[in-house]
Design a protein around this ligand. Sequence first.
Ligand code: UTP
Length: 413
Amino acid sequence: MEETKVISLLKEYHQEHIIQALSHMQEEKREGLLNQLKDIDLEQMKKLYENKNVDYNTDGKITPISYVDKQRLSKEQLEKYVAIGEQKIKSGKYAFATMAGGQGTRLGCHGPKGKFMLDILPEPKSLFEILANSLKRANQKYDVSIPWYIMTSRENNQDTIEFFEENQYFGYNKKDIMFFTQNELPLISEQGKLLLGEDFLIKEAADGNGGIFESMLRSGVLADMNKRDIQWIFIGSVDNAILQMVDPLLLGLTISQNHEIASKTVTKANPHERVGVFCKKNGLPKVIEYTELSEEMAEQTDENGELLYGESHIMCNLFSRKALEKISKEKLAYHSAFKKANYLDENFNLVVSDKPNAYKFEAFIFDSFEFFDDITILRSKREEEFAPIKNKEGADSPETAKKLYNDFWKLNK
Ligand code: UTP
């Protein structure tokens, strides 16, 4: 795109402050900013800003979704599904992807969250090492080398790769680890303006964990999976200390139910726990936020006394490669969050904000479910699947995750 075109688009979309900044910027910085602007879709940003307060989930008919409770499967059923899953895993058709592009704001960590050291027994380990060890155990069990795709953000990519290098990839086969970077979107001020960062570039942030699909396509991850003839991919978060990413039961059940996608859930701790839960919306699978469930619906139970909307999404999702290929070409909705952002004004003075002042736009992985007619849901036990590290202290903190990890490994040695 020509420079004049960039300038005229900035004018058209009322971003004159950026034109002004460009007009008295050093040549090198100006070049950098112009290059970046060529790739920013101002029409998309305008729409995102206009719709920042639109809640995508408020209309539509919400109904309960069916699930399989692992505890209620008979021995025969368990054996049958596990055998189907194991056969696929052993034939080398299974891969794992980690979403590691988050900022870990609540935990307050600097750099990649996967570098966070969890003080577990017998000795502290980083979250990345915990994941690597889990995968290595599966490789040994099934005599395979499971490809591991790791999504980073532009911000933490270099740091993540260096950490793996320094640690000799935790003994994992280097040829089976691939890093790929997720997209970013500009932040937008309350007045609908792009912000200039301290590096003299438009301030951007990772576009949410739902960015994984498009990024897999763009970065060649899907092509690599195709080349390796991978058929099933488990996508998990970086911050679950007992993530069971190689789960033959989940895989076998999904194949048997003839579904393209699946998710493991845990039951809500209480009807009003602040978590997203599975449901069907207009007949399609969906995760809805606790804020969108009325008090009555949150407390509704079935004939066995089980919560009708009690299956919480814990970022344990399985996709067929075909499903990933399909979603990678779809547009997921963006959700906005109002955040604090420092920026440079048109005279390049730093503006430090002590309260939220900018919109960040993020896609969520679970918004991909509605592109499919149905989903396999496997209700699992919290203490066997879910030890999240989100907050510095209290619930879902290193302290709670450490206990869950140590207890899990005491029982599963
Ligand atoms: P969260 O939404 O809990 O974000 O991510 P976070 O970075 O861990 O923590 P906060 O909200 O900043 O405190 C759930 C999973 O999605 C990944 C995270 O790395 C984590 O594994 N994620 C999140 C991405 O990969 N990219 C993103 O843009 C956002």
